[in-house]
Ligand binder design. Structure first.
Ligand code: G6Q
Length: 543
């Protein structure tokens, strides 16, 4: 569909004018003059509270942003996604991750075929398999119980399951140890192999295509490790299973076709943790908890699909992101979970967001003249406070941030939780309201130190406060970010579900790999720098 050029739209121009008005305000005064602000700018859905009042906005800002969303036909575009239309046009596919957690089991059609029964039959298969591992029924080639699970995958076949397994460790079955190997750097798999025993290990080869260089290299190394232990090819099906859309390649590898857990090309890798790619999660937390995770996703899917935009968490998150990205020209967005279990959450979102919205042409293939996806980064609080927070408080860059916290602790130990949450609140308060010259004088700060100690405040934050970290609440949180990214893609008029830059990366190294062999003696045809570096790698510093 031909979209109006974003920057030429009336709604966009109004926002630009409004930005010049907002610049004159600060949060101290906005809060002072509006007692209802925190109520007005917050959304509450059972056990999930989204407070966006500490943003550089007024009601007018939100109204203008909502007008923009409407003019970009967000409702229609959302329905197109949920209805399985081929919105991932450059790959000619739907983007139907919502079908993976379609818990009311309604029919969803692709080319006239209802995909829901298939989705649930894979979940059932995962259930049977994970139960067998968890109760020790599944044995290796020498009849020993499986104790170590190694997920070999990268990108979308690694970051999602790894993040969730870590996030939900509290709910995990102890006694089964899970490892994630992704990097083609031998250090990764070597160190993992030192921790495990071949006869008690199951390798999960997680790869949608079953052809990714890193994953296949690691899978073959693992296979050789098993073979060198047993000296029999018959051992392979006992110690390897696959999560893949490429059944043939998995069978050729030596995996029993019964142990291939299917998923589909209509799931982009980074949105695949609720597919069979999440098998390691199910093994770790069990079937019932996995279903809770899916229910959490589903509840946010419903919220997103059915709630008016002004009360819609992903929509408001997305619009605020656009406000800073495109009008304040903020380049990055920080994600700060105040929960150590969520320490991989920022890295997961980094891929989800940056791979989806890191695009420079619109849906018609035209170069775009506005900024698209932000740089996502972050670390858990309170660690980040002792590291990069200085720049957020007093640096020259505007960094909108999401603070994520939980009301109830999982490990209720002494006053840890109170201190953790006090820090979250203190930081968002300080970022918003800063420390003024007057306050410093009152505190008796010496005059020469005052300029250095002033914190201007006016740094925007969202606070997401959730009752407790559970499989359900985690699912809901992840889905909120998935849909935030979708909304932004719609407004920027870009394709959020392809990743041609990643595909390019997958082929680049292939040309150089043979050139690094000592036997390669054809002339090198790269630039001089690359040629020289290749020679250094081959011959060391003796050149
Ligand atoms: C995700 C990307 C990418 C992909 C990996 C692994 O959306 O497409 O991160 O997940 O490159 O691909 P395979 O699963 O095919 O090995």
């Amino acid at each position: 569909m031909q979209k109006n050029k974003l920057t030429g739209m009336k709604e966009w121009k109004e926002l630009k004018i409004h930005y010049n008005e907002i610049k004159k305000h600060n949060l101290r005064e906005l809060f002072k003059h509006d007692k209802e602000r925190s109520k007005r700018f917050s959304i509450y859905i059972e056990d999930f509270y989204f407070d966006y009042s500490k943003n550089l906005i007024t009601s007018k800002t939100i109204n203008l942003l909502l007008k923009l969303a409407n003019s970009r036909q967000l409702k229609l575009e959302t329905e197109r996604m949920f209805n399985g239309e081929k919105i991932n046009k450059t790959e000619n596919r739907p983007a139907l991750h919502i079908a993976l957690r379609n818990m009311d089991k309604s029919a969803i059609f692709i080319d006239g075929k209802d995909i829901t029964p298939e989705v649930f039959s894979v979940i059932e298969k995962m259930r049977d398999f994970s139960i067998k591992i968890r109760n020790g029924e599944l044995k290796g080639f020498s009849n020993k119980k499986i104790k170590y699970i190694v997920n070999i995958g990268i990108g979308g076949s690694d970051l999602g399951p790894k993040m969730v397994v870590k996030a939900l460790k509290y709910y995990s079955k102890r006694g089964i140890k899970l490892f994630f190997v992704s990097n083609v750097d031998a250090n990764h798999i070597s160190e993992t192999l030192k921790e495990i025993e071949p006869e008690k290990t199951l390798f999960i080869i997680a790869s949608k295509t079953f052809s990714t260089l890193e994953t296949m290299t690691n899978a073959n190394t693992a296979k050789n490790w098993i073979l060198s232990h047993y000296k029999s090819k018959k051992s392979i099906p006992f110690h390897f299973i696959a999560l893949s859309t490429n059944t043939k390649a998995a069978v050729d590898f030596g995996i029993d076709s019964k142990n291939i857990f299917e998923f589909w090309d209509w799931v982009a890798g980074r949105y695949s943790l609720t597919s069979s790619i999440g098998l390691s999660i199910m093994i770790s937390i069990g079937f019932d908890n996995f279903i809770e995770l899916l229910k959490g996703f589903h509840s946010m899917d419903n919220h997103f699909r059915n709630t008016p935009f002004e009360k819609n968490i992903p929509v408001i998150m997305a619009l605020l992101g656009i406000w800073y990205n495109n009008f304040f020209k903020a380049e990055t967005h920080a994600i700060i979970p105040y929960n150590q279990y969520l320490n991989k959450f920022p890295a997961f979102l980094q891929q989800l967001d940056m791979e989806s919205n890191g695009k420079h042409v619109d849906k018609e293939g035209n170069e775009i003249e506005y900024q698209t996806g932000p740089i996502i980064w972050g670390e858990p609080g309170t660690n980040g406070q002792h590291a990069f927070f200085q720049l957020i408080h007093q640096g020259t860059k505007l960094i909108p941030s999401d603070f994520i916290g939980f009301i109830e602790p999982l490990n209720n130990l002494g006053d840890h939780h109170k201190k953790l949450m006090a820090n979250l609140l203190a930081q968002t308060e300080a970022l918003a309201f800063g420390k003024t010259r007057e306050q410093l004088i009152k505190e008796g700060t010496s005059l020469e130190l005052i300029p250095f100690k002033i914190c201007k405040g006016n740094k925007p934050t969202n606070t997401i406060l959730i009752k407790k970290l559970t499989p359900f609440s985690l699912g809901r949180l992840i889905a909120a970010y998935e849909h935030k990214i979708f909304v932004q893609g719609v407004i920027w008029n870009i394709f959020s579900f392809d990743q041609w830059g990643v595909e390019l990366g997958k082929t680049l190294a292939k040309k150089i790999i043979p050139e690094l062999d000592n036997s390669y003696n054809k002339p090198l045809k790269h630039d001089r720098s690359t040629n020289n570096l290749i020679n250094l790698l081959k011959k060391g510093f003796s050149l």
